[in-house]
Design a protein around this ligand. Structure first.
Ligand code: GAL
Length: 384
């Protein structure tokens, strides 16, 4: 078996923008656009079909059946097409008797379903938690599907999705899963982005190579254009370009998988710039996958903070975030990150948005950050 997910997986998932409204054509077009738009070259690899892809009943042999109207040529055909573009193919099932949208779940069908997914050429399985039997222990159900996938004869990345419940942090790595959802569903709203990010600041020690903390799919570029009423609760939402920039930076430095959720047929230039910022992606994809620590701004500790992440080439990623609604000071004292004034050294900062050197700073870096905005640097210790 190949070792999967040494660094956070990158890809696209149908749920945020399309919900039930998915089809063979949508997935194939998305695969085409992955290549044409540069997403593939930027590192995005998995194209994942979420809920609502199957018929409501299994066949006479107990196998899952793709929806005949949405996927008239079956899933192997879709997988072959995605693979022909040099990409990987993901699908979705659930640890319960039914998926969240009411289609058949894999409960007590784990091995036959893993076999079916392997035969279709699936490379990634998202595994949800709706309609879980109260008689079954959640951890055991994830171990079960993990074992079924690990023995099915194909490398299939296992993406657990139990929304952070049942103390998932304490057992998910040992289940064999490569990523795990740690929160409820994201919405295309600033408040949702902010709440998810704040809720995971203390959970950074739990992710790492081969098992990553999934803060849910990105809403970057959705601009309230979801077809998925379930996700947005009737409120179409939408964020500003600055908010999407900050959302992406948070997910990147906090080592979340980067799974795009917008309709990539409609990406604006700004959306492309955010999603394909190579300097930000490099911070997320760093080999060591060290979760950042947090230094809070003394006069606004709940909303303004810096995240510091050691990188494998000796640099440090430094993200500065202002999640408040007012312009705010952010001053990073270098002694707080391991560099006292007496060290005879300074930090050379490279700006990940202008893609150029910002300057060499001694003792501290102080700046103002606009509401909901951020800065992201790659820092290197240099001798004075
Ligand atoms: C939720 C899950 C979402 C999506 C949805 C499908 O439980 O968190 O990401 O997969 O189910 O019904």
């Amino acid at each position: 078996m190949k070792v999967l997910a040494p660094v956070p997986p990158m890809g696209w998932n149908s749920w945020n923008s399309f919900g039930w409204n998915i089809s063979e054509e949508l997935i194939k077009t998305t695969a085409d656009l992955f290549v044409e738009s540069g997403l593939k070259d930027a590192g995005y690899e998995y194209i994942v079909i979420d809920d609502c892809w199957s018929e409501k009943k299994r066949d006479a042999d107990g196998r899952l059946v793709p929806d005949h109207t949405k996927f008239p040529n079956g899933m192997k055909d879709v997988a072959d097409y995605v693979h022909s573009k040099g990409l990987k193919f993901g699908m979705y099932s659930c640890a319960g008797t039914h998926t969240c949208a009411g289609y058949p779940g894999s409960f007590e069908h784990e091995y036959i379903d893993a076999q079916t997914f392997a035969e279709w050429g699936v490379d990634y399985l998202k595994y949800d938690y709706c309609y879980k039997s109260i008689a079954a222990e959640g951890a055991n159900l994830y171990r079960r599907m993990s074992m079924a996938l690990r023995s099915c004869g194909r490398d299939i990345l296992f993406s657990a999705c139990n929304w952070g419940s049942d103390n998932v942090l304490s057992w998910i790595r040992s289940s064999g899963a490569q990523m795990f959802r740690s929160t409820g569903d994201i919405q295309d709203k600033w408040s949702s982005i902010k709440n998810i990010a704040l809720s995971q600041l203390n959970n950074q020690p739990y992710g790492g190579p081969y098992c990553h903390n999934d803060m849910d799919m990105l809403v970057v570029g959705m601009h309230g254009n979801s077809d998925n009423a379930e996700v947005v609760d009737g409120d179409k939402g939408g964020c500003s370009d600055v908010e999407y920039k900050t959302h992406f930076a948070l997910w990147a430095i906090m080592n979340s998988p980067l799974i795009i959720g917008c309709d990539i047929r409609r990406m604006s230039d700004n959306t492309k710039e955010v999603l394909m910022n190579k300097d930000i992606i490099a911070i997320n994809q760093d080999t060591e996958c060290r979760g950042p620590y947090c230094i809070k701004q003394w006069n606004n500790p709940d909303n303004v903070f810096a995240l510091i992440k050691p990188l494998s080439d000796g640099d440090y990623a430094i993200g500065m975030f202002n999640l408040s609604d007012n312009r705010s000071e952010m001053s990073l004292q270098f002694y707080d990150i391991g560099l006292p004034a007496t060290a005879g050294r300074a930090l050379r900062l490279y700006d990940c948005y202008s893609h150029s050197e910002d300057g060499v700073y001694e003792d501290r870096y102080a700046t103002y950050i606009e509401p909901h905005d951020c800065k992201m640097f790659r820092a290197r210790v240099v001798k004075l």
